[in-house]
Design a protein around this ligand. Structure first.
Ligand code: PLP
Length: 392
């Protein structure tokens, strides 16, 4: 009667959402202060004042029929120009506004890009651990998700990648700074990856694309985030302002095609076609303009750094094992038993909500989202210690 795949997708909540909903129920039962909810990546740092001021300025000065009306499908021309100018001046890439497409956040950037690229039989490579929605986006477009492990430090494992890339590979999806590990790929890694993709594209006889999913680009603690367009021609950047400006609910981001992409204008037409087919019409008009005025700016990363340091120092002093995150706002911690789902269930007994790593494509870890208020972390530490003592 209706599409069973869609029904299944709607019924099967993601593990993260499941835990988040459980947390909400639990907070009602025992009080919000007694639940330590580290499940979801909803930015906790307030949207910066300059963003609020820009919203007010636009509302006060722009004719409402323009401000709230449709823009061109690809975005308001002045916004697309601002994005391309920003990329050009920041990363030295000779961007064209014609290759910028405004979207409803990174999820839309990714679904549009994957739909624009995907033909029958295509494979999309992701590096584990990976953002679980990649599977939904790739399979929803008719593609096949190929999972490649990362190395022991959650960086690229070139041998594994080399073995996985073949004649069906359409693209490799990278996410740096990374959810869930906080790893930031280095320029050297991107250079090596660019060389590998060049060689594999040659063997395949057509380009293999690099999709750079970058919602955490500005959220780093000192690490430089190199621009992948400078290392590989066939690069498509999927950006979002959800995390950098704490605007996750406003749904705003962009797709930027490297000017060096082969047949970039045709590829852009495919992006526009995918956006049309998926029914996006245009990205939110007010927030296109707000973000054009806020390019390169970021909410208070120091707050996340303090959370990261507090949690990392405390957990490692108790005996937990984790790689120190260089960016984003997640800590990926080794579970204290093999089965991360069982470990997460045991953590719940201490009112700690930790996401098991299985849906990220690896076993034996939990993800802790530290985009929460400092007091949640401070109050949760005895629970982490008690949980550790239960095992060791
Ligand atoms: N990609 C990654 C790696 C993410 O972590 C998220 C959200 O958490 C998204 C994409 C989707 O972001 P948006 O809210 O901008 O759609």
């Amino acid at each position: 009667m209706f599409n069973q795949t869609m029904q299944h997708l709607g019924e099967e909540r993601s593990v993260i959402r499941e835990l988040f909903e459980y947390g909400n129920q639990r907070k009602q039962q025992i009080g919000a202060d007694n639940v330590f909810d580290f499940s979801i990546g909803n930015p906790s740092v307030p949207t910066p004042d300059f963003v609020q001021a820009e919203i007010k300025r636009l509302v006060d000065t722009m004719p409402p029929e323009v401000l709230h009306g449709y823009t061109s499908a690809a975005g308001a021309p002045e916004v697309r120009r601002a994005v391309s100018d920003y990329i050009q001046s920041t990363f030295g890439v000779p961007m064209s506004a014609n290759h910028v497409y405004m979207t409803c956040g990174a999820a839309a950037s990714l679904t549009i890009t994957i739909s624009a690229l995907c033909e029958e039989g295509d494979e999309f490579i992701v590096i584990a651990p990976f953002f679980p929605e990649y599977r939904v986006f790739v399979e929803g477009a008719g593609g096949t998700l190929i999972v490649v492990p990362s190395d022991a430090h959650f960086h690229l494992d070139f041998e594994a990648l080399k073995a996985a890339i073949g004649k069906h590979t359409k693209a490799v999806i990278l996410n740096s700074p990374n959810n869930p590990t906080g790893a930031v790929l280095t320029a050297e890694e991107l250079k090596q990856l660019g060389a590998l993709l060049d060689q594999k594209s040659l063997e395949k006889g057509e380009p293999i694309f690099l999709i750079a999913d970058e919602p955490y680009r500005e959220l780093t603690y000192g690490a430089e985030v190199p621009c992948p367009m400078n290392f590989y021609h066939e690069t498509i950047v999927c950006y979002s302002f959800s995390k950098s400006l704490s605007l996750a609910g406003e749904r705003i981001g962009y797709i930027a095609l490297s000017p060096f992409c082969c047949r970039a204008d045709d590829l852009f037409a495919a992006v526009a076609g995918a956006g049309r087919k998926l029914g996006y019409v245009c990205a939110p008009a007010l927030f296109q303009r707000v973000c054009a005025a806020s390019l390169g700016k970021v909410s208070d990363v120091e707050e996340y750094r303090k959370n990261r340091d507090l949690l990392y120092e405390a957990l490692t002093s108790y005996g937990y094992e984790c790689v120190p995150p260089e960016g984003a706002f997640y800590l990926f911690v080794k579970a204290l038993e093999e089965d991360a789902v069982a470990f997460s269930e045991r953590a719940k007994k201490h009112e700690l909500l930790l996401v098991p790593s299985d849906s990220f494509g690896v076993k034996g870890y939990v993800r802790i989202s530290y985009c929460v208020s400092r007091s949640v972390i401070e109050r949760s530490l005895p629970a982490f210690l008690a949980l550790y003592r239960e095992y060791r």
